[in-house]
Structure formats: C-alpha cells, structure tokens
Design a protein around this ligand. Structure first.
Ligand code: AMP
Length: 319
C-alpha cells in the first residue's frame, strides 16, 4: 500500500501545494469528486496518475449544487474508505475542505453559464444546479491551477459545462473526458446507487436496457431521434418504478436536441425512483451496448464489441 495522500483543507493550502509542484517543473492533475468513491472515480484517478507528475483529488460535497429537498444531508461521506482508495491509486494530495473554507462568510460570487447548456435537462430539473457546479469547479481550477482536470462522461452535461467554462475563462486547463463505467449488470456506477432498494435496483436495469435497445437501433441504421428515444422509453415503461424526467438525443457540446442523430450525439436520460434519482448516457456510434443480466437481444450481443465487459468506451478524449 502506498503512502496516504497529503491532506489539504483550505484553498490556500491547495494553491501553495500546487505552486510548489509547478515551481519544481511538475505537471499537476486534478480530479474533483464528492467522495463515496467507486470504480468510476478510480478510473479517473488512474488516468490522472498515468498522465501527470502530481495528482490531487478533491472530496467535497458541494452544497451549492444541491437544490432544496435534494439529498445533501444524506449524501454518503465514507472518508476513510475514500482516503484508502486515493492511497491505492497513489494520489499525492487530497483536498477535503469544510463548507466554510470554500464559502466563507461574505462570499458573493457565483459563476453562471447561460443558454440551453445549463437550462435544459439537468438544469431544468435541478434549478441552480449548474451555478453550483460552475462556481465550485472555477474555484478548484483557480486554487489548484492544474494542467489537466479529469471529469467523467457519466455526468455528460456537467462535463460539457466544465469544458465551456474552462474555455470561456481562459483557464488553459485541459479538461479530460473519461468514459462512463458500469457495474456488471449494466447499471452506471454512481455514489447514489447506495440509496437503491433491492427492488429499485432491479427495476433500474431498464435504464441500461433502454440505452442498449437504442444503441442497437442506431447500429442498424436508424437515425431519427424520435425513434431512438421511443426505444429507450419503451424499456423504461416496463419498469413502473421509474418516472422518467427526460430522454433525449443531444449534441454533446451544446446539449441542444437533434432530430437526426449523427455519430457522437448523446442519448441522455434521467429517471426518478422512490429511493434515488438516476442519470445515464451513451454516445451513439462509440459506446457499446451495456452487458445486461437479462439481455436476450441478439442484436445487442452482436454490437457489443467486448462481450462480457460492462461497457466498451473509447479512450479518454481531451478538449
Ligand atoms: P461525483 O463524485 O459523483 O461528483 O463524481 C466525480 C467525478 O467522477 C465526475 O467527473 C463524474 O462524472 C465521475 N464519475 C462518476 N461516476 C462515474 C462513472 N460511473 N464512470 C466514470 N466516471 C464517473
């Protein structure tokens, strides 16, 4: 087991640490998280470890990105487990600030991106969410001044927001997009899966099944967004425990809806269940079909380029 990461708990500490590294000519990678780390997070940490001289991960359950009535107070915070994973991945420093360190008395600045990118989908269903995300990410980028920052495609809209923000604020930070990782049954890994009852988890598998159906349809040549969405919704309807918030085919950068899908477009969806709200996505023409416990669809089998693996995805891309 490697040494535990150095603990940093104020933005000043983070800045000083990063300045020291950069002064010594080292590159710095940043992996922002809210903790409750799983294999999806691990893939980001491993990627950062591979590509950067020094890696800092942040663990901060950012209150400003949670709406009223959301799960801020019950969000899991298994810090010891998280620090163990950071040590396993040979992360150099863990930035674990208290809320007051990030938002001291008197703080008045919010970073806001306007337009459909932040107003549609997650933005519509979680008002103010992307203001919270943009503000905390901007603060992390300013304090850590990383060369590269790692984000998962699991939160595809968040990734697009961060890419836009990094460009608009002339940060010079390379935002590295990392593929979505799934559990063996096809469900996208998420810290929030811990909320799911056994019954809800079984029903939730309609989500990857729906995406698999749409990916198969796309693979057979279907390009009409309406048809692809209908294929997802048909699966979701078979699981009455899921109330879909949205299912759509979007441009991956702007998140505007498209009528005709082209390679690289995303299907995005969110569904509410009694015990958790889940989001998921695939990139059409790139992401393979999730391996599903109940997959009986031969077409789905054929179009999974790595049978038996949770999901095939292309290597990380950088913008
Ligand atoms: P979170 O702790 O949920 O805020 O996530 C921290 C980072 O990990 C974000 O960039 C997420 O997109 C990424 N992430 C979360 N789940 C997954 C997953 N299943 N696969 C890949 N990345 C993920």
């Amino acid at each position: 087991m490697s040494d535990p990461p150095r603990l940093l708990d104020t933005p000043d500490d983070l800045r000083l640490q990063s300045e020291r590294w950069r002064a010594a000519g080292m590159t710095v990678g940043l992996v922002p998280t809210m903790g409750a780390l799983h294999e999806g997070h691990r893939s980001l940490l491993a990627r950062a470890r591979e590509e950067c001289d020094r890696v800092v991960a942040s663990i901060f359950v950012n209150p400003t990105q949670f709406g009223r009535g959301e799960d801020l107070s019950r969000y899991p915070r298994p810090l010891e487990h998280d620090l163990r994973m950071l040590a396993e991945e040979r992360v150099d420093a863990a930035f674990v600030p208290a809320v007051e360190a990030m938002y001291p008395e008197g703080a008045r600045t919010t970073v806001h991106l306007d337009g459909p990118l932040t107003e549609a989908f997650e933005g519509a269903h979680r008002p103010g969410h992307f203001d919270g995300v943009a503000t905390v990410v901007a603060k992390l980028l300013v304090a850590a001044r990383p060369d590269r920052a790692y984000f998962g495609e699991k939160d595809a809209q968040q990734l697009a927001v961060v890419q836009r923000l990094a460009r608009d604020l002339d940060t010079g930070v390379a935002i590295v997009a990392c593929p979505l990782l799934r559990d063996g049954d096809g469900l996208a890994l998420s810290s929030r899966n811990a909320y799911l009852s056994t019954e809800d988890r079984a029903q939730a598998l309609a989500i990857p099944r729906g995406l698999a159906a749409a990916a198969s349809l796309y693979a057979t040549g279907e390009r009409r967004a309406e048809r692809l969405v209908a294929a997802v919704r048909a699966e979701l309807e078979r699981s009455p425990a899921i109330a879909p918030d949205y299912v759509a085919v979007v441009d991956p950068e702007t998140f505007s809806e498209v009528d005709e899908a082209v390679k690289g477009c995303r299907i995005v969806l969110a569904g509410r269940m009694a015990t958790a709200r889940l989001i998921d996505t695939i990139r059409l023409g790139y992401d393979g079909v999730p391996a599903l416990a109940e997959a009986s669809d031969a077409a789905a089998e054929r179009s999974n380029p790595m049978p038996g693996r949770a999901e095939w995805s292309p290597p990380c891309s950088v913008s």
